[in-house]
Design a protein around this ligand. Structure first.
Ligand code: AGP
Length: 608
């Protein structure tokens, strides 16, 4: 997720744009850039935070009062000056900034190269500038922009400059947020209100398939079919910080609610439902070598480690590959038996976790194929692995990992399809998994709508200082993750355990003051888990159950129930974790803690 700002008005544009980028920096911060219309289009870009761009500008505003700017969260093309936005066309008359993913950028780029367009970056976004340039050879500029937008597949928030129209900005939206701040003799376009609230509280929210043509004291909105429409002007009553959280009280809650989008983004252009397969471009270069792999070791930390445990179940059951999962901090001190037919997979949101990085280096030194599932593009782990798949989940600000986790599980399901279909998984099974995976974002939305009921249950948990989280098979790691979530943001002692193991010791802890949270979907081990629940019930233990919609049996046993939709067993973790994230969040805020920055924790543990 990137940050976009556009300004046209009576002030010098550069200071407004840079200030706006600073407010949007939480959306992405690996590089930034500005374009303004002075004598022609003047563009300055810099890798790194907005402050680096500001230094590079050195106070120069080119005397311009119209411009666009961008702070990047890389999805295609590593963070670098050349890949930073804004991007231009061959003529130098067009400059644009983009937030989103152009799914068909490769085919468009090939078409444009065939028409002798010269590209200067590795990004998908640059294609849009050249496409507009191509159409503008025959059409009025506004029509050329609309024609280009009708060719694009994917998502975009765009702000576009045309040096032949120095008093205008074109702003279009499909799938990525974009709004227009309506000021006095000035107008501001931005990805969210945090870049606007300083100048005006009057905003127009663009909807998907709309484009605004913005002047300093006027604007017009048309649909992608060039039909003029009237838009309501809303009044903002948000502070800058509230705007960054888009109305949520905390980044953690915002990111929990971003999970439908994060899971969708992880699948974008990768899930082939009709074929029952996955297209993972990031593994193309090692595709042949992957065919020879006879073992996978997954090495990661914390929540990412729990994602790996679920990946183990998926890959062994559906791709028939032996998998081991190791804490990275342990892996590197063992003498792991590794050879060229071993793949070591690092899962890391930050891509900077020292233990995971060390594990990858150790694996590579022993000849393993090093793979990564990483969220931060261009991070150290991403650069040091031989190949991998990016989450494209956008920045995760809350220390407690939520949307990155469900994104990791989505990519592990895609990897299972990718490897499974290479290794004998039937087309029918592939199609079943793929079509169910496609539904997960909707399932998550349904669970999020239960947030108030979950908040009530959290309130009842407030008086306890110990909790046991239990699950089995695919949901044993979810029990571990649920316990970690509540531990790290509400400082309650919680232990995750395999439900079948509880009778080998932990059940001694159970009494009326020691509740148990069971992840007990209707799956292949449901009956076994019900027996564990009955054992705890018999000892006076309180039961909170995460259960499948329509399960009547559990209602006789559990004191509290949160229902989740029925789905394939291998995909239940993607839905079962969401109630546990919300439970942890509401217990944490119930205790008055700063759930975004819990005590003693860092978002990325770059020390060993
Ligand atoms: C999860 O909520 C924690 N913040 C922590 O366990 C985290 O998952 C772990 O430090 C690994 O981080 P990474 O995914 O960035 O490598």
């Amino acid at each position: 997720m990137c940050g976009i700002v556009g300004y046209v008005g009576k002030k010098k544009a550069v200071p407004v744009l840079v200030e706006g980028l600073k407010q949007l920096e939480y959306r992405g911060y690996d590089s930034a850039g500005v374009s303004v219309i002075g004598s022609g289009i003047e563009t300055v870009k810099a890798t790194g935070k907005v402050a680096v761009l500001e230094n590079k500008l050195g106070g120069n505003d080119f005397g311009s009062m119209v411009g666009i700017a961008h702070t990047r969260w890389a999805t295609h093309g590593k963070p670098s000056d050349r890949n930073s936005h804004p991007h231009g066309d061959c003529s130098g008359k067009i400059s644009l900034v983009h937030n989103g993913i152009i799914e068909n950028y490769r085919e468009l780029r090939d078409l444009l190269v065939a028409k002798e367009h010269k590209f200067s970056s590795d990004t998908d976004s640059e294609v849009v500038a050249h496409l507009i340039e191509e159409f503008a050879k025959k059409l009025k500029f506004q029509d050329a922009v609309l024609a280009a937008l009708n060719e694009i597949r994917g998502t975009y928030g765009l702000a576009i400059l045309n040096s032949d129209e120095p008093e205008k900005i074109y702003a279009a939206r499909l799938g990525s947020p974009l709004l227009l701040g309506v000021g006095k003799n000035e107008n501001i376009v931005a990805s969210d209100a945090s870049a606007i609230v300083k100048y005006t509280d009057k905003v127009v929210y663009l909807d998907d398939g709309e484009m605004a043509v913005v002047g300093s004291d006027s604007y017009e909105v048309v649909t992608i079919k060039n039909k003029k429409i009237q838009k309501k002007i809303d009044t903002l009553d948000w502070s800058i910080e509230q705007a960054q959280k888009q109305g949520f009280d905390h980044f953690m809650l915002k990111e929990i609610f971003e999970q439908p989008e994060a899971v969708s983004n992880a699948m974008l252009g990768r899930l082939l439902v009709k074929e029952g397969m996955a297209n993972l471009g990031g593994l193309k270069d090692v595709d042949e070598r992957l065919k020879g792999i006879n073992r996978i070791i997954i090495s990661s930390c914390g929540t990412s480690y729990y994602a790996g445990l679920i990946g183990e179940y998926m890959l062994e059951e559906f791709a028939g590959i032996p998998v081991e999962v190791e804490y990275a901090s342990e892996f590197r001190y063992r003498s792991p038996v590794i050879d060229k037919n071993t793949a070591v997979l690092a899962i890391s949101q930050s891509g900077e976790t020292a233990d995971t990085l060390a594990a990858i280096r150790e694996a590579k030194s022993k000849g393993a194929l090093a793979l990564g599932i990483v969220n931060v593009v261009g991070s150290t782990i991403a650069r040091e692995t031989d190949a991998g798949v990016y989450n494209i989940a956008g920045p995760e600000i809350g220390v407690a990992s939520t949307k990155a986790f469900t994104s990791q599980l989505t990519i592990l399901a895609l990897l299972t399809l990718y490897l499974g279909r290479q290794r004998g998984m039937s087309e029918a099974t592939g199609k079943k998994i793929a079509s169910e995976l496609k539904k997960i974002p909707k399932y998550i939305e349904g669970i999020l709508s239960q947030k108030n009921d979950i908040k009530k249950i959290a309130k009842k948990l407030d008086k306890y200082s110990n909790l046991l989280y239990l699950g089995r098979k695919y949901n044993f790691p979810i029990a571990l993750e649920g316990a970690l979530k509540i531990k790290e943001i509400s400082y309650v002692h919680a232990e995750g355990y395999a439900a079948g193991e509880m009778k080998h010791g932990p059940i001694a802890l159970i009494d009326k003051n020691f509740p148990s949270v069971f992840v007990v979907p209707k799956d292949s081990v449901y009956e076994k888990t019900i027996s564990a629940i009955e054992e705890i019930k018999a000892r006076g233990g309180k039961i909170i159950a995460i259960a499948t919609e329509g399960d009547k049996e559990i209602a006789k046993l559990a004191d509290e129930i949160i229902y989740i939709p029925k789905t394939l067993e291998m995909l239940t973790p993607l839905v079962a974790v969401v109630p546990l994230q919300l439970l942890a969040y509401y217990v944490g805020i119930g205790k008055g803690y700063d759930v975004d920055k819990p005590r003693n924790l860092a978002k990325s543990v770059t020390v060993e």
